[in-house]
Design a protein around this ligand. Structure first.
Ligand code: NAP
Ligand code: ZN
Length: 354
């Protein structure tokens, strides 16, 4: 029998998120049933709930930074048992024959089953995310949460964490390098923490001068207010690597100019509209612009284990699900320190009351 689960959904690009009843599939032999404790609020949730990427199917239940307790496992599950704290990120399945899947890079395989807004191969319709009481996921796409991690502060690691960890690793960020992180939001604050943990000299670029003190506390050696041309000019041609985690339109050329010979600007932010590139900035200095999407399941587990070992977690503000629409408005204004995490007990209480 399918499992009934309360959730919060957007019914259209312009309606606020509101209670919505969904079903989860009856667990299959390889499935793990997770009672969701916490779900982080990613800016991608907002982009998608409001159809900013023009690909949303409604109703849309967002949420891909999920931590919960395993309440049931299918008969062929080997890595999880009832009572474990488990996590789910942006992926719940993939085409398991794609060459990139075989390389262990399932996030770059096609077609992908994303945690929400993908075709649901089991129930038909669309997949529903973590703004919900329960989720059923194949164990191959379920992560183990180390005991040392606080479950609420671990939730944002499932997207904001891995999306910054993966490119910093891929481009070998480490000691002796000057590394920039652009935007101190959910992703950016994790980028600062990881770049610092990897031993780089870290400079945070922000449009919010009021975040400078926090940025230093989180691990930045220096802070540059990007709206101040003189501060930007002082760094031209000096960076090995810059990670851009900005959610809105902005001038990426201002950052390309800061790279040194063969330096790389990697974009992880996903604004609604294209970002123009001044090619001369690339030619002169053989600079590169690259992109990166989340990370693989194995790398996500590696990142969670790294966080447990090095005491890294997200700085969070816990909210009730009933406050999600207000949280989205604050997210749009860059007013979150530095990730909202929904305490899913608030949804259960609502379920009990109704
Ligand atoms: P967030 O918490 O809202 O942070 C975005 C930050 O960008 C803000 O805190 C702000 O930092 C800066 N910013 C906002 N508007 C700006 C503007 N107009 N000009 C310059 N800077 C601005 O968002 P998030 O959850 O970290 O997500 C960031 C982006 O990454 C989103 O577009 C999201 O969809 C995308 N994303 C991509 C992946 C991937 O796999 N590539 C995964 C997850 C999320 P300051 O106040 O410091 O300037
Ligand atoms: Zn995300």
């Amino acid at each position: 029998m399918n499992i009934k689960s309360k959730s919060y959904a957007a019914q259209s690009a312009t309606t606020p998120l509101a209670p919505f009843a969904i079903e989860r599939r009856e667990p299959q032999p390889k499935d793990v049933v997770i009672d969701i404790l916490y779900c982080g609020v990613c800016h991608s949730d907002l982009h998608q709930a409001r159809n900013e990427w023009k690909s949303t199917i409604y109703p849309c239940v967002p949420g891909h930074e999920i931590v919960g307790r395993v309440v049931k496992v299918g008969r062929d599950v080997t890595r999880f048992q009832e009572g474990d704290i488990a996590a789910v990120g942006c992926l719940v399945d993939a085409c398991r024959t794609h060459p990139n899947y075989e390389r262990g890079l399932e996030q770059y395989s096609e077609p992908l089953t994303l945690t929400y807004n993908s075709e649901d191969k089991h129930l038909g319709g669309v997949t529903y995310g973590g703004y919900s009481e329960t989720i059923v996921v194949d164990e191959a796409f379920t992560l183990k949460v180390p005991d040392k991690l606080d479950p609420a502060a671990a939730a944002p690691l499932l997207c904001a964490g891995i999306t910054t960890y993966s490119p910093l690793k891929h481009w070998n960020v480490g000691p002796g390098q000057k590394v920039g992180i652009v935007g101190l939001g959910g992703l950016g604050h994790m980028g600062v923490k990881f770049a610092r943990a990897f031993g780089a000299h870290v400079i945070l670029f922000t449009t919010s001068p009021g975040k400078a003190e926090d940025a230093r506390r989180l691990g930045a050696h220096e802070v540059v207010v990007s709206t101040n041309p003189a501060e930007m000019e002082a760094h031209v041609g000096s960076f090995d690597f810059i990670l851009d985690a900005v959610s809105a339109q902005h001038d990426i050329n201002a950052y390309v100019r800061l790279l040194k010979l063969d330096g790389t600007l990697t974009i992880v932010g996903a604004p609604e509209h294209p970002l123009p590139v001044e090619v001369f900035n690339l030619l002169l200095g053989r600079r590169r612009i690259a992109g990166s999407a989340i990370g693989s399941i194995a790398e996500t587990q590696e990142m969670l284990d790294f966080c447990a070992e090095h005491g890294v977690a997200s700085d969070i503000e816990i909210i009730k699900i009933q406050d999600i629409n207000e949280a989205y408005e604050r997210l749009l204004k860059g007013k979150v320190k530095y990730r909202f995490v929904i305490d899913m007990a608030s949804l259960k209480q609502e379920a009990a009351a109704s």
